[in-house]
Write a protein that binds this ligand. Structure first.
Ligand SMILES: *[C@@H]1O[C@H](CO)[C@@H](O)[C@H](O)[C@H]1NC(C)=O
Ligand SMILES: *[C@@H]1O[C@H](CO)[C@@H](O)[C@H](O)[C@H]1NC(C)=O
Ligand SMILES: *[C@@H]1O[C@H](CO)[C@@H](O)[C@H](O)[C@H]1NC(C)=O
Ligand SMILES: *[C@@H]1O[C@H](CO)[C@@H](O)[C@H](O)[C@H]1NC(C)=O
Length: 295
C-alpha cells in the first residue's frame, strides 16, 4: 500500500491436490466480521459451513445501514446474507484493532444480492487508510466479489474504507483478517494483492479453513493435457507457507511425458509487478536410482 492506484503488487499462487478431513485448528488472531448482522441476532456465532467464528460489525463502525440479500437467491454463507450499506458520506471506514507489524491476509466480500430491489450492481473503491486498494463492481459478479490483499499494518489500528465514486451506494458483506507468518509473501515494496490461488486437482472442491490453517482460499485447476497423481502419505509442509496437506498431496504432470507442462493465465494488469509462488511436493515413490528433474 505504499504506492497509489494501479501499481499494487499482484501475486498468483499455484500449487497442487484432494479433499481430506483435517482436524479443526484454532482461529488465533482471526478477525471475522459479518457486516450488517442485526443486533437481534447472536454474536459471535459459528458459521455453519466453515466453522469460523463471526462477529457483528457494530463494534467497528458507527455509520451505515443494515440490509439483507434477496431471500429468493441461492443459499450462500451466513456471513454474506446481511450487509451494511452507506447512503451517507463519501468515505465510510471500518476501524479494526490489529497487531502492528503482523503480516495480515485481508479479505473483503461484497455480495450485492439485489438487497435494495434496484437491480443495479454498486461500483465504488476500497482503501486501506489513505491508500487505494481495489475497485468493486467492475465485473458485476452476481455470486459476490471477494478481494484479498496481504498487508502489514504500521500501527495497532487499521482503517478499511469504502469510498463512493459515482452515484451508487457502497456496501460490504464480510471482512476477514488472517495473521500469516511474518516471513512469507514478503515483497520488495508495498503490499501484495492476490490474483489467483489454486491447487492442481481435477476435483471441484474449493479449499479454505480448516483445511488451510491460514484460511487462504484455494480453487481447483486442471487441464485436459494434464494427468493427476496423488499420494496418501503426509507431505512436508513445514516451510512457513503452511500449504494445506490437501494441496500438496495431489499434483499434475503432463499426460504426454515429453510435452511441456504449461500453465497459462490471462492478466488484467500487464504493467504490474507479479509474484508467483509455486509449491512442489513429491507424491510418487522414487527408486534409489530415480529422480525428478525439470527446468
Ligand atoms: C521438512 O522440510 C524442512 C525444510 O523445508 C526440512 O528442514 C525438514 O527436515 C523436513 N522434514 C522432513 C521430515 O523431511
Ligand atoms: C508428445 O509430445 C511431444 C513433444 O511435444 C510430441 O512430439 C508428441 O507428438 C506428443 N505425443 C502425443 C501422443 O501427443
Ligand atoms: C499453453 O497452453 C495454452 C492453453 O492451453 C495454449 O494456448 C498455449 O499455446 C500453450 N503454450 C505453449 C508454449 O505450449
Ligand atoms: C532402477 O533400477 C531398477 C532395478 O533396480 C530397474 O528396473 C530400473 O529400470 C532402473 N530405473 C532407471 C530409471 O534406471
Amino acid at each position: 500500500m505504499e504506492r497509489p492506484h494501479g501499481v499494487l503488487l499482484v501475486a498468483f499462487i499455484v500449487a497442487s491436490t484432494i479433499i481430506h478431513l483435517v482436524q479443526a485448528e484454532d482461529q488465533e488472531g482471526f478477525i471475522s466480521v459479518d457486516c450488517g448482522l442485526p443486533p437481534s441476532e447472536v454474536s459471535p456465532y459459528i458459521e455453519p459451513d466453515t466453522g469460523l467464528w463471526f462477529s457483528s460489525d457494530s463494534d467497528f463502525i458507527q455509520s451505515g445501514k443494515i440490509g439483507k440479500i434477496d431471500a429468493s437467491l441461492p443459499k450462500t454463507l451466513k456471513s454474506y446474507v446481511t450487509l451494511r450499506y452507506f447512503p451517507d458520506g463519501i468515505r465510510n471506514c471500518y476501524n479494526l484493532g490489529v497487531k502492528q507489524g503482523t503480516n495480515y491476509l485481508i479479505r473483503v466480500t461484497v455480495l450485492y444480492g439485489n438487497y435494495d430491489r434496484l437491480n443495479i450492481y454498486p461500483k465504488f473503491d476500497l482503501y486501506i487508510g489513505p491508500n487505494f486498494w481495489v475497485k468493486i463492481g467492475e465485473k458485476e459478479e452476481i455470486s459476490g466479489q471477494t478481494e484479498e490483499i496481504i498487508y502489514i499494518p504500521r500501527s495497532n489500528y487499521l482503517d478499511l474504507c469504502l469510498v463512493k465514486t459515482g452515484t451508487s451506494t457502497p456496501m460490504i458483506s464480510s471482512l476477514e483478517l488472517r495473521p500469516l507468518a511474518n516471513d512469507v509473501y514478503i515483497t520488495e515494496s508495498g503490499s501484495l494483492k492476490s490474483l489467483k490461488r489454486y491447487y492442481l486437482s481435477n476435483s471441484e472442491t474449493i479449499l479454505s479453513y480448516p483445511n488451510d490453517v491460514n484460511d487462504r482460499i484455494w480453487e481447483p485447476k486442471f487441464e485436459s493435457e494434464w494427468k493427476q497423481i496423488s499420494t496418501s502419505f503426509e507431505a512436508n509442509n513445514t516451510n512457513g507457507f503452511l500449504v494445506p496437506q490437501n494441496v500438496l498431496k495431489t499434483a499434475a504432470i503432463p499426460a504426454n511425458a515429453s510435452a511441456p507442462f504449461n500453465i497459462t493465465e490471462d492478466l488484467d494488469f500487464p504493467d504490474d509487478e507479479i509474484y508467483v509462488y509455486l509449491h512442489f511436493s513429491e507424491v510418487q515413490s522414487l527408486q534409489a536410482n530415480e529422480s525428478r528433474e525439470f527446468d
